[in-house]
Design a protein around this ligand. Structure first.
Ligand SMILES: N[C@@H](CCC(=O)N[C@@H](CS)C(=O)NCC(=O)O)C(=O)O
Length: 217
């Protein structure tokens, strides 16, 4: 059985969580308390970089969300998400890396500072908010342009590139981002978020988050 180490506050964890549901991979979830040294020591045995998400399968430990996603689709033969043809695969990788570096990278601090931190009684970092708000529109605009004539992010079918964006863009309201100026992206989001595996993941994360914040107030 695959062991999956996560924390409900992390959108990086949500990416792996969603892939597991999307591809129908059975797993056992372990919640990591990131402020407990014992919980982090256990995590470090699986991911030497000490971060969530992490997975362990038959003694093999792995961290870094995108590396985990690629490993899981290959290991569990979820081939529909990651084409075998080298050029098609490279396009999925290109879009995935762009999303990570120029979109998800900036949505994360907004979610944290506008939503998670206040719910945990922490003071939001205004400089991080300002930086993310200045950088994110360029990334969103490039994706908006890229989506011209496309239904999915990298090719004619739903792929890993879509998996990487969906759980993070799903936080756009928490991040105080309006999709009004990005109609193609809004249409993509509407379409992608109707997937049954995403609805299941979203509900699961919402209930874990509610418990998480209740325990910290
Ligand atoms: N690049 C990593 C980022 C993972 C990451 O930053 N995880 C955070 C939670 S969102 C974490 O584990 N923080 C705890 C720590 O750094 O001690 C990925 O894509 O998985």
């Amino acid at each position: 059985m695959l062991n999956f180490y996560g924390n409900p506050v992390s959108p990086y964890v949500a990416k792996v969580h969603y892939l597991l549901e999307e591809a129908g991979i059975p797993y056992k979830y372990h919640e990591v308390n990131l402020s407990d040294p014992r919980s982090k020591a256990e995590l470090a045995r699986v991911n030497p970089f000490g971060k969530v998400p992490a997975i362990e399968l038959n003694g093999f430990g792995l961290g870094e969300s995108n590396a985990i996603l690629r490993y899981l689709v290959d290991r569990y033969h979820a081939n529909y998400l990651y084409p075998a043809n080298l050029e098609d695969r490279a396009q999925v990788d290109m879009v995935t890396e762009f999303i990570q570096a120029h979109v998800n990278r900036w949505i994360l601090p907004l979610v944290w500072n506008f939503s998670a931190a206040p719910r945990m009684g922490l003071v939001p970092d205004q400089a991080a908010i300002a930086e993310a708000q200045s950088k994110l529109p360029t990334g969103l605009l490039r994706l908006e342009q890229w989506l011209s004539g496309r239904t999915f992010l990298a090719g004619p079918e739903f792929t890993l590139a879509d998996v990487v964006l969906l759980p993070v863009l799903a936080e756009h309201k928490a991040a105080q981002i309006s999709l009004r100026d990005y109609p193609r992206l809004a249409a993509w989001y509407e379409h992608a978020s109707a997937r049954p595996a995403w609805k299941k993941t979203r509900d699961n994360i919402a209930s874990r988050l509610a418990e998480y914040f209740a325990a910290r107030r």
